[in-house]
Design a protein around this ligand. Sequence first.
Ligand SMILES: [Zn+2]
Length: 426
Amino acid sequence: MSTQASAMLDTATGVSDLRSLRVDGKRLWDSLMRLAQIGATPKGGVCRLALTELDGLGRDFFIAEAKAIGCTIRVDAIGNIFARRAGRDETLPPVMTGSHIDTQPTGGKFDGNYGVLAGLEVLRTLADAGVRTQAPLEVAVWTNEEGSRFVPVMMGSGAFIGEFALDDVLKQTDRDGISVGDALRGIGYDGGEEVGGRPVGAYFEAHIEQGPVLEANDTVIGVVTGALGQRWYDVVLTGMEAHAGPTPMALRRDALLAASELVGAVNRIALEHRPHGRGTVGCLSVHPDSRNVIPGKVTMTVDMRAPDDAVLGAMDAALRETGAAIAQRTGVDIAISQVVYFPPQPFEPRLVNAVRDGAASLGLSAMDVVSGAGHDAVYLARVAPTAMIFVPCKDGISHNEIEDARPEHLEAGANVLLHAMLDAAR
Ligand SMILES: [Zn+2]
């Protein structure tokens, strides 16, 4: 054992080898199942929308568990919760982990909840062993990651890093006109702490993969090297409505026909940028949506993703060129506007290595993966060294009540988190 590592020990406890420390997988699983009771659905999922009374109860549960192991609790003005275990040197920035406990309306037990409770389990393990790290450790619960009740998504972490102004997000309203600010007050989580404005030494987030790659490769740990960049578009195709009978084929300007070509093109463009290029048309609406009328107008969305900005730029250019060619051939006007851009976000190589080494030293199978979805970690990576740990979920399914994960995989991911955090907190 290195002298650096020895310095982390409480000499009074006689813990001789930090490498032998392991989380309690059953305790982690039990906590996940207890939290899943709050907002449990009949189909075995969870509905715990951000800043509802149920979200408040979930937060209360987390805070009670964190206080029970001696953590101090802070809540900031956007409702982010930080449970802190003091370090030997309280002037050091904290080594942080966390995720979110809000869910989709038909969400599962693990998305987000796992990252929060894996962090709690790491702190419990250190408390049991009497290990005091050099830097303080914190577990964060970020407000409204899912964006289901309030937009924007990843609201709490985005406000923490300064991506959103606090006043702007507090004013956002749900479908019933209730604001974020009122909802926070309603559940008592309008905290007094300033949002962000303090350094984070390192940030780790453990999460179910939400995709099928780990399971398909029979691998337990996903070493996440970064997150895909995203470009979202709104597309409006304008042709000419006309009677389906009397109008000859050659004289039509059919907006849906042009849209169908564009749908195919989006798929082709993504396939031309394997393995990580993604292209999806998720929404499409046809006007006037009548059986006997050639569609005069179609609106659709396009979502493109890639791990590299140059690739994402090339996909953007291909989309616009193809759109122009289809417009020329069909006589349909095609207007493509980009509405959202997330740059690709590589994670910090030193921390990514700590995850990889942690998996290796624990004897766990591991592979490098990229995150195709957004996570709070993607925002944190803009202000702090960041890495993520993925574990498999059954059939790669999430945002679904049947979302499932194996206890031994969740335990393995929490052990990797434990050792990566210990490494960073020296
Ligand atoms: Zn999540």
